[in-house]
Each structure stands twice: as C-alpha cells, then as structure tokens.
Design a protein around this ligand. Structure first.
Ligand SMILES: Nc1ncnc2c1ncn2[C@@H]1O[C@H](COP(=O)(O)OP(=O)(O)O)[C@@H](O)[C@H]1O
Ligand SMILES: [Mg+2]
Length: 284
C-alpha cells in the first residue's frame, strides 16, 4: 500500500498500471420532480491507493451508487472532483471496468462474444480477441460454455462471464456496485473467493460498493463507512488480514476477522438505524 507505480496512459491490455483514485469534496445534488434540490452525497473525500481494494459500505439510499457514478464519469459532480491516476475525471475514463448487480451482458450474444467485446472495442484483431477470451473463460472455469447464451447459464456462471468481461482488458480501475447482491449465500461466497484470486493476479485499484459488511471485510484492504443520507464519509478502517485471503467462507470464522468486523459494525450500526428511521418516517 502507498507504493507508487508508474502511471501510464491506459487503454490496451497488458500495459496498464493500477492508478490512484482521489475523491475530493464530492457533492451531488438532484432536482426532485417538485423542483426541490435533493442532496444525495455531501463532501465525500477518500483515496484509493494504486492496487488497493477499497470497499464502501453504507445503508441503502445513502449515496453509494451515486458516488460510484461520479467516479466512473457517467455523471458530473455538483461540487468537488474525482481524479484517476492524477487526471481529473471528465467523461468516461480509459482503463476503467465496471460490474453491477445486474449482469450487464448482451442477451443476444454468446458467452464468448460477450467476453470478446472489450478487446474488440479496443481494436484487437478478432483472432487475438478470441484467443484472449477463450483464455479468460478458462480462468473463470467456463471452458465448454463458449457458445451458450446468458439465459442458458446459472446466476453464478453469468457472474463469471461478467468478471471475465470486466477483467479481460486488464483495467487499472475496477468499479463494482453490489456485483454479488442478487446471488444466494453460497454462490456469493464462491464468487467472492474467485474475484479475489483474479484480483491478486492483476491488482487493479478497486472501488467495491456493498451494504454487506462481512463481504467488505473479507475482500477489502480498506473499508469506508458512509453515513445515512445525505451520504458522507463517516469512518475509514484498515483491514490488515493477510493476503492471499483464500476461501472467503473460511475467513469469516477467523477470530481476527470477527474482531475487525465487530469494530466496524459499531460505526455502521448507527447509520443503519438512522436510515431505517428515515424511511420508516417517510412511510408513516
Ligand atoms: N438520478 C436521480 N435523481 C434523483 N434522485 C436520485 C437519483 N439517483 C439517486 N437518487 C437518490 O439519491 C439517494 C442515493 O441513491 P443511491 O446512490 O442509489 O444510494 P445507494 O446506492 O447507497 O443505495 C437516494 O435517495 C436516491 O433516491
Ligand atoms: Mg446502490
């Protein structure tokens, strides 16, 4: 952590170094249908070091996805700034991959064609892109499923395709918004373990959003707790569990894990309670 690696201009696979993400005073306001201003996030500041795995945890509606949308360049902040590798984010940034809760696969394309998309869009010749995609399908355990369509796969298998598609371009930044949120508990643990293995190989900087504290602690080097709405950074915790972490299902029973998880939960609990009261109040 804190190690400086050379910055590169990103783009082509295999040549990309992870980049630092600097979020400074990020604020996002939306206009409500009534014409009022709604502040979704307020003065969010945090840094993800090159190659660091950072998780953001906060109650539903606190502004986690909004934060990620500003980092991705898909939205523009109302105030504050985001820099990736020292360069101000203004529009969609090079070398960034995403994974969302929905699989974001093209339903009319085969598994192979879905995974090939990234390299093809970067101008990789078809033969080379096919070989690369075949190799990635092997890495995520999907050899033999190249010609299937997404709807012919289980939820876990679709996640594997999404992971291959997200990583095949060797991104310097990986943005993940509750990517395993819709999976059953066992499949989720398997996918988390597989994600960690793939990440260990490539080491992009990761911003991983979740409302699941166990998931955050098992995966991340650093856990950022957001307050209830309007979200801002409440606390930042280092997770010094050794790497490689191995089987996520196992880590959760370790004493050190429970200790760290317990300490962070103290901070998160108040925000979850407050968020619940806010929404319960709105419904009353
Ligand atoms: N485009 C938008 N227009 C208006 N309000 C929005 C928009 N996007 C998000 N919000 C509001 O901002 C708040 C934070 O949303 P979001 O970032 O999705 O929360 P989280 O991901 O933490 O659950 C919510 O109250 C949501 O309704
Ligand atoms: Mg969200």
């Amino acid at each position: 952590m804190g190690e400086h690696r050379p910055q590169e201009s990103a783009g082509s696979p295999g040549t990309v170094a992870p980049a630092r993400i600097d979020i400074v005073g990020l604020t996002k306001r939306f206009l409500t249908p009534k014409g009022e201003t709604f502040t979704a996030i307020r003065d969010v500041s945090l840094t993800v070091e090159p190659g660091e795995f950072c998780a953001i945890v906060g109650p539903t509606g606190c502004g986690k996805s909004t934060t990620l949308a500003q980092v991705s360049g898909l939205e523009h902040p109302s105030a504050g700034s985001v820099s990736v590798g020292g360069r101000l984010v203004d529009g969609v940034t090079n070398g960034v991959s995403y994974m969302f809760q929905s699989d974001s696969l093209f339903p009319w394309k085969t598994v192979l064609a879905n995974v090939m998309m990234g390299p093809i869009l970067l101008g990789t010749p078809k033969k080379e892109a096919t070989e690369l995609a075949m190799d990635w399908l092997r890495r995520v355990g999907l050899t033999g499923f190249e010609d299937r369509y997404p709807h012919q796969l289980s939820g876990g298998m679709r996640k594997r395709v999404s992971m291959a598609a997200a990583l095949i371009n060797n991104p310097r930044i990986l943005l993940m918004d509750e990517p395993f949120g819709a999976l059953d508990v066992q499949t989720k643990a398997i996918m988390q373990t597989e994600l960690l293995q793939l990440w260990e190989d490539l080491r992009p900087s990761v911003l991983f959003i979740t409302h699941d504290l166990d998931e955050a602690v098992a995966l991340a080097d650093k856990v950022v707790i957001m307050t209830s709405s309007p979200g801002t950074v409440k606390d930042v915790f280092d997770v010094d569990l050794p790497r490689p972490r191995g089987d996520v299902q196992q880590i959760r029973h370790e004493e050190r894990f429970l200790e760290i998880q317990g300490r962070i939960w103290e901070s998160l609990r108040d925000e979850v309670t407050r968020a619940y009261q806010q929404t319960a109040g709105a419904a009353a």
